[in-house]
Design a protein around this ligand. Sequence first.
Ligand code: PLP
Length: 426
Amino acid sequence: MSQTLEERSKKVVTPVLPKYGTTEIVRGDGVYLFGSDGKKYLDFGSGIGVVNTGHCHPKVVKAAKEQIDLLIHACIHVSWYPPYVQLAERLAEIVPSLGMAFFTNSGTESVEAAIKLARYVTHRPAIIAFQGAFHGRTLGAASVTGNAKLRRHYEPLLPAVYHTPYPKCFCCSFGQKRESCHLECYQALENLLDTVVHPQEVAAILIEPIMGEGGYYIAPDEFLKKIRLLSDKHEILLIVDEVQSGIGRTGKMFAWQHIVGFTPDAMTLAKALGSGFPIGALLARPEVMRKWEMGAHGSTFGGNPVSCAAALATLDVIQNESLLENARSIGSSLYEMLVELKAKDQRIGDVRGRGMMLAIEFTKSDGAPDMELAKKVIREAEARGLIVIGGGLYGNVVRIIPPLILTREQAEKGFTILSDSIQAVL
Ligand code: PLP
């Protein structure tokens, strides 16, 4: 019998890559993936939050194919080409306050660019980030990541990076409950500025409005608003990392847009921006971007013509096919189903999320994270034809992030498989 891809990979592919599933996928279409064994899978993982428009959306495919026939690469340092500028214009239309763009190839690179921009324009060294956060894998992005497992053996990382507790309301770092919360996490940040790093040393505060890899915790509006005021007071750049939560995932184009009256100074994007074509972006207020002098940063591939064309088509699809509305309405039905499930199963400590960025957190009877159960659920669901992925600092979260084109019927079908899978595993 011929070997599986997993078996073959053992000889030639680095073992460093962590994996949630074991499926061999050969084709994708809408919300479905098709295995080499002929099996059809409902995809509630979207390639980790990437194919928000669905797999191989015909309009994205068409735009990319047309661009391939015209021009695959030019390099923005050598020539201007239309898709780069068109995409920058389009994003500036969508979010005028962050009206200048720098394009990258990934989320990590967008974060790396954000760190460099912040240091360059403020002439300050320090970056404040959050415990539990994930911002990527390069040494700069790993430095702002707040997960010890991902930092291990890579120290010394970037100096002058300070981590403070994220508002994880389900498992508050200060042991608080929502009813008695005094935003101790915000006080901790203020305390950091009083005791460890002077605010005028701080170039940027970098935060995920909804923590992604760390477990889909939603930062309360009040917390983010206070950070906005604090940043204004000390002329610190407030940078939101929307690599996972952006491009419609939460039912708004960007998760921070759920907060009335809140605007960041810069934002990182990637993942869903190109519907699977590698592209990321750093957007910032033009007056900030203008201080980043020519040659201080750059990229050979960043904003590749094909990826930019795919990104333009992605934004068209999201807007023309009402995917934000769909993410909100089908997402809230899915959330309601999860709430009902939680009421029936004590192993579910929490369900949470916004739009189609949803999660289940599994806990043991003493409240400790139950990573084994989350893993079993993911494997059982995969065997039953549903792809979901893990998450959380302790691996005890199951993420539910389907393409935003999901129909009600598909949502119900996926939920049924998920809830049957949870019941089937002990
Ligand atoms: N920032 C956030 C919030 C992410 O979720 C991720 C990836 O999961 C990254 C940055 C890194 O993105 P990439 O894997 O494209 O480098």
